[in-house]
Design a protein around this ligand. Structure first.
Ligand code: FMN
Length: 269
């Protein structure tokens, strides 16, 4: 089994990188062949919103402009992924979101070559309670590509390398790498569908999983799940593509002359 570890941190040998590498050591112990990359060593440009990947069902048409497609191809060549991200302002650094947006090609354009592959998410934060979006955003990255999140956790450290003083975190990372290969987990999440812990209140007074849309009612003593969504499942992604994305293309083409007329008043800078 080939496992790739990706650190989203720009800090060389920072906390994220060290934990991802520790997890890779764990996976290696279980017989995996491992590779490590640092996302910030690559050039990643923002998505231009042309949706050619969706319409033409291809890789991004700007694939030669930067390394995004190269990274996706590297991910696809591996059987498992260990993704590590630091927390920047409550969530992941922008570079991961930029890569994710370019990844529409790997959701709709090229199909989902990573469907069903195992992944581990390791978040790093400086201050407990200041990381609410980190794992959910990492989960969106992984689930949208079709990965199964086998294990996930957040570790806490501030200065680069300080995580090495936290033996529990280092051992947890090591175990996560082993768990990826064993296909078992130590993680217990709240959402019954995607396992994430980030919810919002709907106007009907329900709670809704921010990552997959599963809904529940808060009752005394717990949550009663009333609608379990599988937003990132195989069929659901195809249905979303066919029912919500594809019909927008002829609708837009039909109305584009009218839009051109209406937008005249905004042309001046
Ligand atoms: C720009 C920036 C924003 C940060 N924002 C947060 C934050 O919102 N919450 C938090 O817990 N830590 C925050 N941190 C601290 C980092 O998550 C922490 O230092 C972590 O160990 C960095 O991991 P690294 O060494 O792998 O880069 C921030 C750090 C930076 C540089």
């Amino acid at each position: 089994m080939k496992v790739i570890g990706i650190s989203v941190s720009a800090r060389k040998f920072g906390n994220t990188e060290l934990l991802v590498k520790e997890a890779l050591l764990g996976a290696g112990e279980m017989g995996a062949e491992t590779t490590f990359i640092r996302l910030t060593d690559f050039k990643i440009e923002p998505c231009e919103g042309c949706i050619n990947c969706v319409i033409k069902r291809s890789e991004c048409v700007f694939k030669d402009r930067d390394d995004s497609m190269k990274i996706y191809r590297m991910i696809t060549e591996h059987d498992g992924l260990i993704l590590g991200s630091p927390t920047y302002i409550l969530g992941v650094p922008a570079i991961l979101k930029m890569l994710l947006d370019r990844g529409m090609a790997y959701m709709y354009g090229t199909g989902r070559p990573n469907l069903g592959k195992p992944a581990v998410a390791i978040g790093v934060a400086g201050v407990r309670g200041w990381e609410a979006f980190t794992l959910p955003q990492m989960a969106v990255f992984l689930l949208s590509l079709g990965f199964r999140i086998v294990d996930q956790f957040v570790a806490y450290a501030q200065g680069p390398g300080e995580i090495l003083f936290d033996r529990n975190a280092v051992e947890r990372a090591h175990r996560a790498g082993r768990l990826l290969i064993e296909n078992t987990t130590e993680y217990r999440g709240t959402c019954p569908s995607c396992g994430q812990n980030l919810f919002r209140l709907t106007k009907d007074g329900l709670i809704e999983c921010a990552v997959c849309g599963t809904e529940g009612e808060i009752e005394q003593g717990g949550i009663r799940w009333v609608k379990v969504e599988k937003r990132w499942g195989e069929e659901e992604v195809i249905e979303h593509f066919e029912k919500k994305i594809l019909p927008s293309v002829p609708r837009f083409l039909k109305s584009r002359h009218k839009i051109k007329e209406l937008r005249k008043r905004y042309l001046k800078k």
